[in-house]
Write a protein that binds this ligand. Sequence first.
Ligand code: 8YV
Length: 316
Amino acid sequence: MKPPIAILGTVWPDAVLAALDQQFTCHKLTRMTGEQRAGFFRAEAAGVRGVLTTGVAGIDAALAAQFPALEIVAVHGVGLDAVALEALAARGIVVTNTPDVLTDDVADLAVSLLLAAARRIPALDRYVRAGHWADKRPLQPSRSLRGKVAGIYGYGRIGQAVAARLRGFGMEIRYFQRSDGPEPALRSPSLQALAGASDYLLVCAPGGPATCHAVDAAVLDALGPEGTLVNIARGSVVDEAALVAALASKRLGGAALDVFEDEPNVPAALTTLENVVLTPHVGSLTVEARLAMRELAIGNLLAHFAGKPLLSPVDA
Ligand code: 8YV
């Protein structure tokens, strides 16, 4: 008998869902109408043994409680802030995620956003499209990267991959995270101190209660009117209202953001500011990373139900 699994999140192409149907009895929650969901929770949820979810959708404790036979949660993504790890661990449910396979592409997006902000690429694109080049409207020069300080908040796999790239642009690297990290000489004593020393502050820290609104008004003020914030991690790490206020009052120079507090809702004020670059949470959205993430997430489910070692378990 095929193991029954529930599939959450919106990233699954039809072909992937069709392939999953070959291996599992799939309950595709995000594709169900309200009535179908009610029917599923009445009749089928009790038999669900696995959940396949995304880093964004996760699974909270209330939803996990609806699956009394749950054995494994396979997360398609590296972030675990939306996953009720404690509640799952208390029930002996194993969790897997997809680290490493997305690191390079997420780091590439961080660098792309930094470059886009520093060299004002979206603004210049708008300038050309609007015909202002032909109108001879004056152009402001942008900023060079060489010799500037990139402060990295969160010096894990992704933060270090960002640092390796930015060194190639002649930037000086500093970082902050609460725990000790590699290259201790580069570690700032606090996030605010890091922001004060940085021209660019790149948020690469995990989401969750420990980092919620860590980038607050004081950190943004320390980054200052010549500084730029780049966030490719989680919207929750930045106090978005403070960010909007700092940008609008020009206390902060600019921002380049892939993640937001209430996705897919982006504060209207951010969409009107010239010095802000916006992308819709696409750090891992490359053909290559998504293929590898799917293989790993689904591979974990297959390994679990075959009684084999998990490919990338999250430490309980
Ligand atoms: C994805 C992510 O957007 O890895 C993460 O934590 O946020 C992203 O890779 C998402 O999880 C896709 O499933």
